[in-house]
Design a protein around this ligand. Structure first.
Ligand code: ARG
Length: 485
């Protein structure tokens, strides 16, 4: 007779007893007469990646056990036994002696099952007054905090690298661009400090996100809260979190924290990608502003002359997969009814992938920056193309009382005249210049040099040397503060 539990492909579900013997899920198997099909076990399995959170799961479980003991929900001896047993599990995992079982679904049940093996029936009391729903929420939040703290460190390294290089190039100038067309000369320091500003914002943004992640959902139980006299604040404090949930249904189904982290990750990668793009362009011989060090570039298998900026290109490319993780998590959460849904298990792989991408991209870029060779002569030469001092010309006229709009028009005429003759603005004779505006005197030649254009821009945040010094000092203060110095 055909077993109604036969699967179309002939795959059989195992009777519950048999499954239990195979180490299948005893945690929720009570109502089932058979265990899940092998394909279902494999499909729903998350232990092969969520085991990365074992430290956090055990930390949270130890805090929970201690709370259960303090509240008299279990005895002090039982609490001590759970805490000790969890310590042993931790050691076994750290030493690679732990046997992970796919049949136990995830990191949480693997650890609990081993705890029961170690401490016996008392181990079965650990899950009193909690559910895997609030458990996974707390575990993952702890894990996300640990990871984003690493990104913060990477952002700080970027600020330090950029600051160090900027300090050495306060007097070197290059064409600053808008629309990627030469616009006005800026110092290389100013250009690099723009990126330092981005990574400082990233650092600070992550700090703000950590505040919101550090809220414990433990105590919300499955979704409705619990009847036990729990003390969720004790658990929160014990794991280093600043607050607890305010609504149990939100607590177990909120994944804003991982989305915020992925958004912060996306911004970090976007900033890195922009910097990479500059390095790629600057290292093209047509620019020649930057020389790539041997140990951070690769050759071509066919073109012997090639020196490729692969690190910058790959970092730019990896930006795409981090955006992908953000996008897929937004879609996972869209339309999910309250409260926990298994869909949410999809929150971890994308985050883990994004996290290692962000950390490795930040650290390799911070290191590579220190090895770049900046060809400041080429940068200076490039300032001579594109009439980067046309704004100075207009500003000069303004200093002689001409309204800016008129001055702008006259400067445009001067550019057109110089262009026709194939010379720079500063090479036009005083007579030529006077034909454009009679107020022009000899002193205009002091306004036109590119260095002068940079030096005059000391308004807050400008490229002038005093402003750049102030920016560097501000960056130093930030770095010191962030290092706890
Ligand atoms: N592995 C699950 C996750 O990551 C844990 C929660 C499962 N809860 C449940 N009731 N099935 O989301």
């Amino acid at each position: 007779m055909k077993d109604s539990r036969d699967f179309p492909d002939g795959e059989k579900s195992a009777p519950a007893g048999q499954n239990a013997r195979q180490g299948a899920n005893k945690a929720w198997g009570g109502r089932f007469s058979s265990g899940p099909a092998a394909s279902v076990v494999e499909f729903t399995d998350s232990q092969h990646y969520d085991r990365a959170m074992y430290e956090e799961d055990i930390k949270a479980s130890r805090a929970h056990a201690e709370m259960l003991g303090r509240q008299g929900i279990i005895t002090a001896d039982e609490a001590a036994s759970l805490i000790g047993g969890l310590g042993q599990v931790l050691e076994e995992i750290r030493q690679g002696k732990f046997e992970w079982k796919q049949s136990l679904e995830d990191v949480h049940m693997n650890i609990e099952s081993r705890l029961i093996e170690i401490v016996g029936d008392t181990g079965k009391k650990l899950h009193t007054a909690r559910s895997r729903n609030d458990q996974v929420g707390l575990t993952f939040r702890l894990f996300v905090v640990k990871n984003v703290t690493e990104w913060q460190d990477g952002c700080l390294q970027m600020c330090k690298s950029l600051g160090r290089i900027a300090a050495n190039h306060q007097n070197d100038i290059l064409p600053g661009c808008t629309h990627f067309q030469p616009a006005q000369p800026v110092s290389l320091a100013q250009h690099l400090l723009a990126y330092a500003s981005m990574f400082r914002r990233d650092y600070e943004r992550i700090g703000e996100i950590i505040e919101r992640i550090s809220v414990s959902p433990l105590g919300a139980a499955a979704l409705a809260g619990t009847t036990y006299p729990v003390d969720p604040r004790f658990v929160a404090e014990k794991v280093g979190f600043r607050d607890i949930y305010s609504n149990s249904m939100d607590a177990v189904s909120d994944r804003d924290f991982v989305l915020e982290a992925l958004f912060a990750a996306s911004l970090v990668m976007m900033h890195l990608s922009r910097l990479c793009e500059e390095i790629i362009i600057w290292s093209n011989p047509a620019f020649g502003f930057v020389g790539l060090p041997d140990d951070y570039s690769t050759g071509s298998s066919i073109m012997p002359q090639k020196r490729n900026p692969d690190v910058a290109e790959l970092t730019r490319g990896k930006c795409g997969r981090v955006y992908g993780s953000l996008m897929s998590m937004l879609v996972v959460m869209k339309g999910l009814p309250l409260a926990y849904n298994r869909d949410m298990q999809e929150d971890k792989e994308g985050f883990m992938d994004a996290s290692s991408t962000v950390s490795s991209s930040l650290s390799i870029m911070a290191a590579m920056l220190g090895h770049l060779h900046f060809n400041t002569q080429k940068m200076r030469q490039a300032c001579g193309q594109g009439f980067l001092n046309a704004t100075e010309f207009a500003d000069y006229l303004v200093s002689k009382g001409i309204p800016f709009r008129e001055a702008h028009h006259a400067a445009g005429k001067a550019v057109s005249m110089a262009e026709k003759r194939g010379v720079d603005l500063e090479s036009l004779s005083l007579d030529d210049l006077k034909s454009i505006s009679p107020v022009i005197e000899d002193d205009i030649y002091r306004w036109l040099p590119y260095e002068a254009a940079v030096q005059r821009r000391n308004a807050p945040g400008g490229t002038g040397p005093e402003s750049v010094k102030a920016q560097l000092a501000e960056l130093d203060k930030f770095v010191l503060r962030s290092q706890g110095g």
